[in-house]
Design a protein around this ligand. Structure first.
Ligand SMILES: *Cc1c(COP(=O)(O)O)cnc(C)c1O
Length: 364
């Protein structure tokens, strides 16, 4: 028996519009686009759509998602985004054309695995320019590692260098950071005596430089997920106002009203802790019409940040399997009504990662 709700609708025309707009703007500046599918659970339909509108390759952090896409007949090429663990290398070589890398020991092991499988594999070596996640901190060490790959690892092709910004350290991609990466690239090129094919300037946050037209020449690759899938981070969190060529209603969440009742807004009795071990602060707003919606934190993570599409409705809170909304100011609701929410990246990530949330591809 298949559950009908919660249901995530994926609006393919809106998603296609986002992908086309981003890809065409990047291509105009000579920037190729890796369309990143990890934010939507690696859905093969999304990978197919990305390729159809001109994304140059498909990227994800997880090998299982690459395998599922290949099984669905989407040929790639595929870029593995999370620097792999040693145990993942057989899958990396078997499934991906290219991977991001940041450890010499892993690259040496990758050479061994390539030799074992009789295959070649390309790598983009990552620099850490201040965001403090993956990448070489010492740039001399990084250049030496690139030279090592070029000279000593016959099955591993040095495709280029890259950086990631704005993920852990919330560091802003600026033309200066891009120039720092280009300096490293030129250093590597002069040491190996040839040009690098790829200088990868980052993720969605770096797309701002393409949008503003100040991406330094030489940065020729971006890896973009959120900016196509939801396009909310830049427009809402960064406050960029002239990006309305991108739709933010590409993924919508639909849930069923389970209970609707007038109740106090302030819990009654002695306070302990909630289901997640927290001591929330409750505000007494007097009696409310409260509705229970049939999904919860297990489906979407944080419920408070969901965006209600019903005029007048706000999310109060929730638990693993319930979302509680204040329906006092919205249209009269009844049991069985379906209400719609817009999603943030984390909601999309969690919901698409569950096998018991239904997905529906719709044409609009
Ligand atoms: C997730 C990820 C991306 C894509 O990030 P978005 O913000 O979704 O564009 C790019 N590069 C790396 C290394 C990543 O892990």
């Amino acid at each position: 028996m298949e559950r009908q709700y919660p249901c995530v609708k994926i609006h393919t025309a809106r998603l296609g519009q986002n992908a086309r707009e981003v890809v065409s703007r990047c291509h105009r500046l000579g920037v190729s686009v890796c369309g990143v599918i990890k934010g939507c659970g690696g859905l093969p339909e999304v990978a197919r759509l990305f390729r159809e509108v001109g994304a140059d390759e498909i990227g994800t952090s997880r090998l299982e998602q690459v395998a599922a896409c290949r099984e669905a007949g989407i040929d790639g090429p595929y870029l593995l985004l999370r620097v792999p663990g040693l145990t993942e290398l057989p899958g990396v070589v078997a499934l991906c054309e290219t991977s991001l890398q940041s450890e010499r020991a892993t690259l040496d092991a990758l050479e061994q695995e390539c030799a074992r499988q009789g295959k070649e594999h390309s790598v983009i070596i990552m620099a850490d320019l201040g965001d403090l996640r993956e990448g070489f901190w010492d740039k001399e060490e990084m250049v030496a590692c690139c030279v090592h790959v070029e000279r000593d690892l016959p099955h591993v092709q040095l495709k280029g260098v890259g950086v990631n910004l704005g993920c852990y350290g919330s560091i802003k991609p600026t033309p200066e950071k891009m120039e720092d990466l280009l300096t490293i690239a030129r250093d590597v090129e002069s040491r190996i005596g040839r040009k690098l094919a790829v200088v990868s300037g980052g993720a969605t946050s770096s797309y701002v430089l393409v949008h503003d037209g100040n991406m330094p020449e030489g940065i020729n690759h971006l890896r973009i997920g959120e900016g196509i899938l939801l396009a909310k981070d830049l427009q809402v969190d960064w406050g960029i106002t002239d990006m309305n060529y991108l739709r933010m209603d590409t993924f919508t969440l639909h849930g069923e009203v389970l209970e609707i009742r007038r109740k106090p807004s302030y819990p009654q009795g002695e306070f302990a802790i909630d289901a997640f071990g927290h001591k929330p602060v409750y505000v007494d707003k007097g009696p409310q019409i409260r509705a229970l919606i049939g999904f919860g934190r297990a489906d979407v993570g944080d419920v408070e940040s969901l965006i209600c599409c019903e005029a007048g409705m706000t999310v109060i809170g929730g638990s693993s399997d319930h979302c509680i909304v204040d329906a006092t100011a919205c249209r009269p609701l009844q049991v069985g009504d379906v209400v719609e929410f817009h999603l943030c990246y984390s909601h999309m990530l969690y919901a698409t990662g569950r096998s018991d949330v239904r997905f529906q591809f719709v044409a609009d």
